[in-house]
Design a protein around this ligand. Structure first.
Ligand code: SAH
Length: 245
C-alpha cells in the first residue's frame, strides 16, 4: 500500500457535523493526530486508533509544526493509515495546505476532506444567513491574528458590503472595532459574537460595532469564538418571524 495521509476536517464541535467521508477516514485510521479544537467525541469513530494530541493554542504549550510534519511522515512511511484531524475545515486558517505541500514534497499522497468551518456553523446555529438577497451579496472570512503582524485592509473590508466573519478575534476586539470605524463602517452595524459554536455550551452575544468591546466584556466572551459583522447579524428578524408565525 502506498503511503498516504488524510487531512480531515472535524467540523466545529458537534460530532453530528462530521462528514461521512471523515467518518470513513477515521474508521480506517491507525494513527489520529488531533488539534486542540477537535471535539474528542468524534474519536468514537476510531476506537482502535492511536490518538496523538498535537494541538497548539496561541500562547500556550505548543507542538512545533516541524515535529508534526516529521511524525506524519514517519508513520506514513511505516505504512500506517494516518489521519491528521483538524478543527473546522483543514484549509480555513488551519495550515492544511502547508501540511499537504510538505507531505507531497516528501512523496506522500494526501487526501483532503472538508470540514464545516466554525464561521459557517456559528452563523447557522444562531439563525444568521451569511448572505441574504438584497442585504449581503457576499461573505468574507478573515483572521485578526497574523504571524508577521501584517495588517488587513480594514477600510476595504469596511466598505465591501459583504458580511465579515472574523476568526481568532477575541483578543483583538479593540483593534477590529477601531479599524472598521476608521474605515467608514457605521457604529450601529450589527455584530454577533458566537462562542463554542455548535457545542452544547454555545453562547451568543448580539451587539453593534460601536458597543461590541463593552458587550464582550460584560458577556465575558472567551475563545474560541467567531464574530459576524454586518447587517445580517441582526437576523433572525423577529418582527418578520412574528408576522409569518
Ligand atoms: N480550521 C478552523 C479554524 C481554526 S482557527 C475552522 O475551519 O473552523 C481557530 C479559530 O477558529 C478560533 O480562534 C475561533 O475564532 C474559531 N473557532 C474554531 N472553533 C470554533 C467554535 N466551535 N466556535 C467558535 N469559534 C470557533
Amino acid at each position: 500500500m502506498s503511503a498516504k495521509v488524510w487531512l480531515v476536517g472535524a467540523g466545529p464541535g458537534d460530532p453530528e457535523l462530521l462528514t461521512l467521508k471523515a467518518v470513513k477516514a477515521l474508521n480506517q485510521a491507525d494513527i489520529v493526530m488531533i488539534d486542540d479544537l477537535v471535539n474528542p467525541a468524534v474519536l468514537e469513530h476510531c476506537p482502535s486508533a492511536r490518538i496523538m494530541p498535537v494541538g497548539k493554542r496561541g500562547g500556550c504549550r505548543s507542538t512545533p509544526q516541524a515535529f508534526i510534519h516529521r511524525l506524519m511522515l514517519r508513520y506514513a512511511r511505516q505504512g500506517k493509515c494516518v489521519v491528521r484531524l483538524k478543527g473546522g475545515d483543514p484549509c480555513i486558517f488551519g495550515r492544511g495546505s502547508e501540511e499537504a505541500d510538505w507531505l507531497s514534497e516528501h512523496g506522500i499522497a494526501v487526501e483532503m476532506v472538508n470540514g464545516i468551518t466554525a464561521g459557517l456553523a456559528g452563523a447557522t446555529t444562531c439563525g444568521i444567513p451569511l448572505t441574504l438577497r438584497g442585504v449581503a451579496r457576499g461573505v468574507t472570512l478573515v483572521t485578526a491574528h497574523t504571524q508577521d503582524d501584517s495588517s488587513l485592509n480594514w477600510q476595504a473590508l469596511a466598505q465591501s458590503g459583504t458580511t465579515l466573519v472574523v476568526y481568532m478575534g477575541v483578543a483583538k476586539l479593540p483593534e477590529i472595532r477601531e479599524s472598521l470605524l476608521a474605515g467608514g463602517m457605521r457604529a450601529d452595524m450589527p455584530v454577533a459574537m458566537i462562542e463554542n459554536a455548535s457545542l452544547p455550551h454555545q453562547r451568543e452575544c448580539r451587539s453593534s460595532l460601536g458597543a461590541m468591546q463593552q458587550a464582550a466584556q460584560n458577556f465575558q466572551l472567551k475563545s474560541p469564538a467567531i464574530l459576524v459583522i454586518g447587517e445580517v447579524a441582526a437576523q433572525p428578524n423577529m418582527q418578520l418571524a412574528a408576522i409569518s408565525a
